[in-house]
Design a protein around this ligand. Sequence first.
Ligand code: 5RP
Length: 224
Amino acid sequence: MNQDDLKKLVGQKAVEFIEDGMVVGLGTGSTVKFMVDALGKRVKDENLSIVGVSTSIRTEEQAKSLGIPVKSVDEVDHIDLTIDGADEIDDHFQGIKGGGAAHLFEKIVAINSTKNMWIVDESKMVHTLGKFPLPVEVIPYGSHQLFKKLAAKGLNPEFRTVDGKNVLTDSKNFVIDLHLGEITDPAGLQDYLAKQVGVVEQGLFLDCVNTVIVGRQDGPEVLD
Ligand code: 5RP
């Protein structure tokens, strides 16, 4: 199985955890795309009545196109389960997200969910976080000054660009990726970044996931 096959496998496995009547947080990314496809099929075939809470414009459009009703996080009084992808997950279930620049909305939906599930292919499982660059969403105003501070701190920042233009998040902010190699103190880094004026949110997701489904060659592995 190639990486896409593994992503599809975990996407299909994840929807088995969704029950009729649930409010379900819908993450963002290529793995979640498979999950939303599978959920759309269940909604159609089983006449499943659920509400989706989307974490990005992309996912919202896909869900609606498949007949999944979507509400915003402020229109629901609870979220039963959020299913999302991740860029790295360590041995203690701490993660890096934001490879798709959606980590701000993903974190808002995650912290308002009773349960959180991440679905990944096995390449995302690591012993130590940091090989994947840590995404930091920043306000455009003053972002070059903030960039200089991050560089002086030795955090190896890089503006995320496509065709020479800054990538814009759904909130019209920029993303600065930190090339760290290894994050030895995730909580300390989280605290440091939270104190920097102009940082909206960073991609460390600490102590927030309950279940991880890993796509392996011999099938999906459910860890919780
Ligand atoms: C988007 C994310 C994604 O969940 C993460 O990047 C994983 O994406 P993919 O499933 O495409 O590998 O955090 O901001």
